[in-house]
Design a protein around this ligand. Structure first.
Ligand SMILES: [Mg+2]
Length: 227
């Protein structure tokens, strides 16, 4: 399922600000330091008599942070901080998404600003941008609010924060993400979503969640800015 190029171009025409999810459309954050290993490291760091009760079985570190907020809110500041450091470690081994730099360059060339909006830590995005020298192509990074996992998508909070700083109205923005919670967060912020379906089954799920268009390659988006 790939939207036809003319339709994509018309969706993008009014856009001045691109709100872009990080893990997926920009890179695969946990490609070299797998999410399950990060979750295990986090669990180890928080283990102990006064720590996180074992046996939650979570392999997704962000899901773990949500879980900690539910069962041991007192551990959230420490857990969030530890996870942020692990994410910074992970992005050193992240795999850039094919076409992602071309997309960022195309946004710059057509005078659109890009804001990264992610449940990952801002420090991890900053590190990635620095490593790949993308600073000129990214206007700002909005990661989860430290110590407050509830700020994560599907909450619209991070998108709203990005739009505030961008002085942008929802109608001038598009959100590009690869998860159902991205579509939900954008919907709650009044912004349309283009789904990046990088795995089988995602296209249908993202469309069903309400994405207005679906692409399977970032390159397609890079080539879709109206002249
Ligand atoms: Mg993602």
């Amino acid at each position: 399922m790939n939207t036809d190029p003319e339709e994509l171009a018309s969706i993008l025409a009014p856009v001045r600000h691109v709100l872009l999810d990080f893990d997926g459309p920009v890179c695969s954050v946990f490609a070299g330091f797998p999410a399950a290993d990060v979750a295990r490291r986090l669990a180890d760091l928080l283990a102990g008599p006064d720590g996180l009760p074992p046996g939650h079985g979570l392999m997704d570190p962000l899901a773990m942070l949500r879980h900690i907020a539910d069962v041991r809110p007192d551990l959230v500041p420490m857990a969030d901080d530890a996870l942020a450091r692990l994410e910074v470690e992970a992005v050193a081994q992240a795999r850039p998404t094919e076409g992602s730099v071309e997309f960022l360059e195309a946004c710059a060339a057509s005078d659109r600003q890009v804001w990264l909006v992610s449940n990952n830590a801002t420090a991890a995005m900053d590190r990635y941008i620095e490593t790949y020298q993308l600073k000129a192509l990214v206007a700002g990074c909005f990661g989860r609010v430290p110590g407050r996992p509830k700020s994560m998508k599907p909450s619209p909070e991070l998108l709203l924060a990005a739009m505030r700083v961008a002085h942008a109205e929802p109608a001038e923005c598009i959100f590009i993400g690869d998860a159902i919670r991205d579509v939900q967060a954008a919907k709650a912020a009044g912004v349309l979503t283009i789904g990046y379906a990088n795995k089988p089954g995602k296209a249908e799920a993202l469309a069903e969640a309400g994405a207005v268009s679906i692409v399977t390659l970032m390159k397609t988006l890079a080539e879709s800015w109206p002249a």
